[in-house]
Structures are given as C-alpha cells and as structure tokens.
Design a protein around this ligand. Structure first.
Ligand code: SAM
Length: 188
C-alpha cells in the first residue's frame, strides 16, 4: 500500500494492523520528520508525488486521502502526480481519493478568490488559515484547490483510472454536512 501525501502518518497504524505492507511519502520535510518520530521503523520517503520512489506496477493500493490532491496547486501538477501514482500501481489496483465538493465547501470564498484578483490560479483555489489536519501543524494561509466533480472525473480518466465508487462523508468543521467525498478508482 502506497500512501502519497501521508502527512504525519495518520493511517499508518490502521494499514499495518490490516496487514498491508505500507510505504509512504510526503513533500513536507517537517511532516516526514514528524512521521518518523511517531512511527520509527515505518517506510516513509521525503519526496514530491510527481516523482515516486517505487517500482512501476508494484502497488496494490494507493491512498491520496484527506484531500491530498487539493493540496497540489495547478492542474498540471495534479495530473503529473496522478500519472506517477498510476505508474507505480499494477493494473486493477485501487486508489482512494478524497476531496471536498466544490459547490459546498466554502463556495463564497471560492468565488471571492476567483473574482477578487487574489492571484490564485483557478476556480476552487482558496487560502485557509488553520490546521492542515496532517499532524498538529498550524498553518497560515494554507493554499488549497477545491476540485470539482468534473475536474476529478477528467483527472481520473486521463491518468488511467476508472471511478468505481464514491460516497460522502461528513466534514464537521463546515456548516454543510457531506461536503467531502471519498472515491475509489481502479487502475485500468
Ligand atoms: C491535508 S494533508 C493530508 C495528510 C495525510 N494524508 C493525512 O490523512 O493526514 C495533505 C498532505 O499532502 C502533502 N502534499 C502536498 N503536496 C504534495 C506533493 N506535491 N507531493 C507529496 N505530498 C504532498 C502535504 O505535505 C500534506 O501532508
């Protein structure tokens, strides 16, 4: 199981308990250090998702969970990451991808950012101040891109995945429930 953008290793223990051979990466040196402190012995790499350390076709399961795709700014970078994730997974492998629902997650802020000349690249980009949810790291102006269903479907198709399932889950920090969804993709 490959956990891309693993943060401080929120899913490490559950993955190991479930019997997976788990390997992870994250682009943040601070979070990788935190991961290593919390889980000595875990296989965690400090690297960008666009260049993964694993062999072609070697993985059965991929994780891009807790909205990792949203943390990658620029559609081209998201696509390059997904193509690289597809490279390291075998055909038929599953990939779990979570993301917010664009029309429900801070829609006013998304519109303000888009029309307000804030220098953000695409509709859906917003800046959040607070916790990344990835290991007690308080962040100021954490830039994130809220992916529309359209973009997500397109990214899956062109990177070699087929969307199998999607289901909503609650994001209690927001007023509107069910503004986040989990998708299960399969590598075709
Ligand atoms: C919201 S956090 C989720 C962390 C983790 N999956 C979890 O459940 O706690 C998003 C993570 O994506 C990582 N990230 C952002 N851009 C990345 C990239 N280009 N390559 C790898 N990781 C990246 C961030 O450093 C951060 O740890």
């Amino acid at each position: 199981m490959y956990d891309i953008g693993a943060g401080a290793g929120r899913l490490y223990e559950a993955a190991v308990r479930a019997g997976y051979a788990y390997s992870a990466c994250d682009v943040s040196a601070a979070l990788v250090a935190r991961f290593r402190t919390m889980h000595p012995g875990a296989d965690i790499h400090w690297t960008d998702g666009r260049s993964l350390p694993w062999r072609t076709g070697s993985g059965d399961v991929g994780l891009l969970t807790y909205h990792v795709l949203e943390a990658i700014i620029g559609r081209r970078n998201r696509l390059r990451t997904l193509l690289e994730v597809r490279r390291v997974l075998r055909q038929g492998a599953v990939l779990y991808v979570s993301h917010h629902v664009a029309m429900r997650y801070r829609p006013r802020q998304q519109l303000r950012s888009f029309f307000g000349g804030l220098g953000l690249e695409e509709y859906g980009d917003i800046s959040i101040t607070g916790s990344s949810g990835a290991g007690d790291h308080a962040l100021s102006s954490y830039r994130t891109h809220i992916i529309s269903a359209l973009e997500c479907g397109w990214l899956a198709r062109v990177s070699g995945f087929a969307v199998q399932d999607r289901w909503p889950f609650d994001a209690s920090s927001e007023r509107s429930a069910r503004c986040a969804i989990m998708e299960r993709w399969s590598a075709v």
